[in-house]
Structures are given as structure tokens and as C-alpha cells.
Design a protein around this ligand. Structure first.
Ligand code: FES
Ligand code: FES
Length: 153
């Protein structure tokens, strides 16, 4: 066990963890941040995506040893039901969720992408989200939501 300190959604946090424990477990089990989801656990679906130092990463395969002194943003750090981030609002406006399980990853991947490319083409959005899987097949609305967020920002 080691004490691992990092910033989460703007707050300093310290977690006792084995260095190889996935960041996702610390977020969900220790810090009770349940925005990021456990999907595959193998970096293949994107449900667990968070942003670390500006990059969308898969927290299910990110060991705690890689998190020391880093800054992590989860879905909870973007906005809340009372005050939604523009991307969250766009997902609501486009009714982009069905079961909702993939939506954390879609929004967090879109956030990191739009921060770098605020006026993307639809093709660029499709490519940015190509690695995020949605079992409900609601990709067309998800793409529309990201395009709306870009337009309305
Ligand atoms: S749970 Fe991390 S990529 Fe699927
Ligand atoms: S909305 Fe169900 S997995 Fe995407």
C-alpha cells in the first residue's frame, strides 16, 4: 500500500492504494465518484474515461502509480444537474442517452476533444469518438450532441 496524492475535480485527495490498482477503483470506491463506469476493464469501451492533465484516459487501465500529483477531472467535475456543462446540456437537448452507460465516456472524450478542436467537422467528431462503444446504438444522437455543443459554445 502507498499513499497516493492527486487532485480530483479541483480538490486535493490522498488515497491508500496498491500502485497497480486502477484509478477507476479509487474514483468509484474510495472517492465515491460514480460518473466513470466499469465496462470492459480492458481499455476497449471507453465507459471509464476521465481527463488527466488535459487528456482523455481510460481509468480502468491507468495504475495509481501513474496518478501521483496529477490533476484528474471526472464527469462530476464538469457540471451538475443544477448547472450543467454545455456538453452535458447538449446531450440532454439531443436526448442522446438510452441506457446511459456509455455516456460518461462520450462526454469526457468529447470534452478533451473540443478543448483542442472547438470547431470540428462531423467527420472529426466521429473519429474522436470512434473508440467509445455504445451498446444501445445511439451514436447518431451522440454525434449530434457533440456538434450542438460545439455550435453553442
Ligand atoms: S471500462 Fe475502461 S475502457 Fe472499458
Ligand atoms: S446509451 Fe446505452 S450503451 Fe450507450
Amino acid at each position: 500500500m502507498a499513499k497516493i496524492s492527486f487532485r480530483v475535480n479541483g480538490k486535493n485527495q490522498t488515497v491508500d492504494a496498491e500502485p497497480d490498482m486502477p484509478l477507476l477503483y479509487a474514483l468509484r470506491n474510495d472517492l465515491r465518484l460514480n460518473g466513470p463506469k466499469f465496462g470492459c476493464g480492458l481499455a476497449q469501451c471507453g465507459a471509464c474515461t476521465v481527463i488527466m492533465d488535459g487528456n482523455a484516459i481510460r481509468s480502468c487501465v491507468t495504475p495509481m502509480s501513474a496518478v501521483q500529483n496529477k490533476s484528474v477531472t471526472t464527469l462530476e467535475g464538469l457540471g451538475s444537474t443544477k448547472k450543467m456543462h454545455k456538453i452535458q446540456q447538449a446531450f440532454v437537448d439531443e436526448q442522446a442517452a438510452q441506457c446511459g452507460y456509455c455516456i460518461n465516456g462520450m462526454i469526457m472524450t468529447a470534452k478533451a476533444f473540443l478543448d483542442r478542436n472547438p470547431r470540428p467537422s462531423e467527420g472529426e467528431v466521429r473519429r474522436a469518438l470512434a473508440g467509445n462503444l455504445c451498446r444501445c446504438g445511439t451514436h447518431p444522437r451522440i454525434i449530434d450532441a457533440v456538434m450542438r455543443a460545439a455550435r453553442e459554445s
